[in-house]
Structures are given as C-alpha cells and as structure tokens.
Write a protein that binds this ligand. Structure first.
Ligand SMILES: [Zn+2]
Length: 125
C-alpha cells in the first residue's frame, strides 16, 4: 500500500529530501518495490533465501508477483511465505541501519539473521 516511509513516499508527502535515490545502492529511486525487490542488496538476499530453500531462483517484478505462483506443498508454501515476510522485514532493518547508523549489512549477514529467527526444519518436524 506504499505506506513504508521510503524516500519517494516521503517526497510525495511534501517532506523535503536531499535525494529520493535509494539509501543502499543510490542506483534508482527509493520506492517500496525497489527496496524490497530490485535493489542489489534485496536481489542478493532473495537469491540466497531461494538457494537456502533449494528453490529455483526467481526474479520478482512486483510485490504481487512475490506472493503468487509458488508450486510447493501447502505446509512448505506457508513456511516460505513466513520467510518472505521475515526477509522483507530484514531488508527494511538493513535500510534503517544504513540511514540511522551509517552501517551497511551484507546479504550473507542478513540471511544468517533470517535463519536465526526462522527454523522451518524445527517447525516441519
Ligand atoms: Zn537500492
């Protein structure tokens, strides 16, 4: 719903920004879709998450795209959806670290964080 306070949304609300480019990569406008799907940090993290789940790597083109079209058994599908939400939250945490602590994380570190809070093998058994 474009409610995350990314730079392009803050700019639309009249908040004077020095730039609306992505805090993480500075390669594109910082929109919700960019930070969650298209930013190189997010792309690398999604790739690692799919690899962790032994899934063919996908490149999401939109947020709707992300939640459709997975051919997994329903229990696995629900677990993967939970992992996707955790992944999105982790990406948002990374942006906040960049903005407020001037500290960039890596996709490797982010995946470790995701794996710490989500243990599908423990839930599945
Ligand atoms: Zn970016």
């Amino acid at each position: 719903m474009n409610r995350l306070p990314v730079r392009v949304e803050l700019d639309k609300r009249g908040i004077d920004m020095d730039s609306i480019r992505c805090h993480v990569c500075n390669d594109d406008i910082e929109s919700v879709e960019h930070i969650l799907l298209k930013c190189p940090f997010a792309k690398e993290l999604w790739k690692r998450v799919f690899n962790w789940w032994n899934l063919e790597s996908q490149s999401y083109t939109s947020l709707d795209d992300m939640f459709k079209g997975k051919k997994l058994p329903s229990n696995s599908s629900k677990l993967l959806q939970a992992i996707e939400w955790i992944c999105g939250y982790t990406i948002w945490q990374n942006i906040n670290q960049v903005v407020f602590q001037k500290k960039k994380g890596t996709a490797h570190m982010a995946l470790n964080d995701i794996q710490k809070v989500s243990k599908p093998e423990a839930i599945a058994n």
